[in-house]
Design a protein around this ligand. Sequence first.
Ligand code: ATP
Ligand code: LTN
Length: 355
Amino acid sequence: MPYPGPANRFRAGRMLAMSTAPTALPRVLSGIQPTADSFHFGNYLGATRQWVALQDEFDPFFFIADLHSITMSHDPKLLAQRTRVAAAQLLAMGIDPERSTVFVQSHVPEHAQLAWVFNSLTSFGEARRMTQFKDKSAKEGEGAASVALFAYPILQAADILLYRPQYVPVGEDQRQHLELTRDLAQRFNHRYKKTFKLPEPYILKETAKISDLQQPEKKMSKSASSPTGIVELLDDPKVSAKKIRSAVTDSDTEVRFDETAKPGVSNLLTIYSALTGRSIEDLEKAYDGKGYGDFKGDLADVVVEFVTPFRDRTKALLDDPAELDGILKRGAERAREVAARTLADVYDRVGFLKA
Ligand code: ATP
Ligand code: LTN
């Protein structure tokens, strides 16, 4: 079962669109960095699950942000492998390449080209205010951070605005970058000529910030979480189950949603509810009078049930790298058609002489 079947009306519309004019559906766009061997539950519940759902109503563009992933030190061999693994995971979770344009950022040179133009529109002070830059440069000191890390959100603005999307589905930590993107779009429109639509963040309140299992006041993160705080989708399901069973709770016994008083339990309730579709109230009632042991044990089973087929699908996709690369190549071709049109408008408006 590689992908859940698309709605027929959409498939027909899309096929028609591909053979004639571009589809008239509004676009969504998002990206994810290939910075780890697996996505984690924060990535999935905060962002990529929404990507899958939005395919039904939008013309989607989803990409692997490999240009972004070299802003911190990296291993070139691992990057190539992780880029494929990231693509395989997106397909395994239900991104359908017949409905969505799936591609690798570096295959579409217009991203870096538009970013250069946006660099010229962004002030130093504005870039320095980005909290992600502050967080990520804090470890080794600002002086050691790459210029690319500093310019990271400007490249992100270019990624987005090239495709003129209506929505950008991301987790809460990306909100500030989306605000910069809107500011740059407005600035360009004002300074030159109206060229860009202002995109809106698409952030689901319930799952916008999945917490670290051991430090529930922090977000679950590839770079900052300890191995026991993060649940990776491609991890051995037994290991993931153990992590859930050892998640930090509190000295109370009541399964109740209260982010301030009970951040650990609330985070587990959020994950449970998102994976099963059961409401938080329903779960609170179901575990009334039962201890945390039962609650965490059942959630561990839910997680295992989810990750086991997901891992199998991802592995099957990785067993055929030629097929995977073909999907990414077709995605990049379609992405370039859109991106090149936007870049041509931008170059013209900025005053670059036509080649
Ligand atoms: P890093 O720690 O290297 O910054 P990350 O784990 O935050 O990595 P990204 O690749 O930066 O992951 O994020 C991909 C997508 O997942 C983004 O849309 C981001 O907002 C979302 N996301 C990441 N972590 C979480 C989380 N804990 N809760 C909700 N959404 C998240
Ligand atoms: N910064 C994002 C990844 C990213 C992105 C984008 C997300 C790069 N370009 C464009 C949405 C739209 C992150 O997840 N850390």
